[in-house]
Design a protein around this ligand. Sequence first.
Ligand code: GDP
Length: 303
Amino acid sequence: MSFFGRIREGLARTTQQFVSRLEQIAGRVDGAQPVDVETVEALEDALIAADVGVAATGRIVGGVRHASGGGARLRELVKAEILRILQDAERPAASGARPRVVLVVGVNGTGKTTTVGKLANLSKGAGDRPLICAADTFRAAAVEQLEIWAGRAGVDFIRAKPGADPAAVVFDAIAAGKARGRDPVIVDTAGRLHTRVNLMGELDKIRRVAAREIAGAPHEVLLVLDATVGQNGLSQAREFLQAVGVSGIVLTKLDGTARGGIAVAIAHELKLPIRYVGVGEGIDDLVPFSAQEYVDALFEEQW
Ligand code: GDP
């Protein structure tokens, strides 16, 4: 199936709910009159229910408040504004020397380990020769899990010695990447929140080691957010943003929620691009994000 088909499938629950609400709204719009207060409020409710968030919802409805032209026109305006919000947050990944280093950060349970496996698979499918580095030295089970993913994807795997310094493992992985011609080096990091200060310190050290070894590294810091967590994900994101910097988001479990509008809230509030979305538990269930495909999928059904 095409990437677009996968996004559409992943967004199905969100689309279903959002579109049915929009149909109701459109049904009572009088094309000859400017959009009325009830319509604006119903639209706000529909956007909030999809987890677009208060701020982005305000921007979107602001654009339709004085519009006229009926349901189809309203739909067009809403769609265009959502697209603009997503596109405003887009930016290319940093360039620099090779191998590229991709740090994957996030809170445990968000789907970080799975995402690293899927990313390696996607990267290999695109013709790269990735290497996975397990820098979460606290969760032995996560390391085992990641090794299984590396096996499935058929890519090299570097693991820490028990109790080793995570930054030292990253150093080893970069050295192995250079020696073996592996690129990118995809690093799974720890994600336990109860020792937040230590965690952020550890991530910062990993970042510094990577920067010392390769110009421009880390080229990407991908924050994994669980779409089903909703707006709480935004506060998680702000913490990571402050402490280690984040260059893009991987939004997982989009398939499990009707609140896929969270992508819009992320783009609007954090000004961060969504790089990938997770649409299932399998190795192929990671899709490069495209703002256009996302809005096309979200609005797919006609009013
Ligand atoms: P970690 O603790 O952040 O490393 O999370 P894991 O990678 O172990 O994933 C936690 C759970 O979420 C597992 O059961 C995964 O199969 C599941 N998961 C991860 N990504 C997705 C996704 O995109 N969709 C769905 N439905 N489940 C996912």
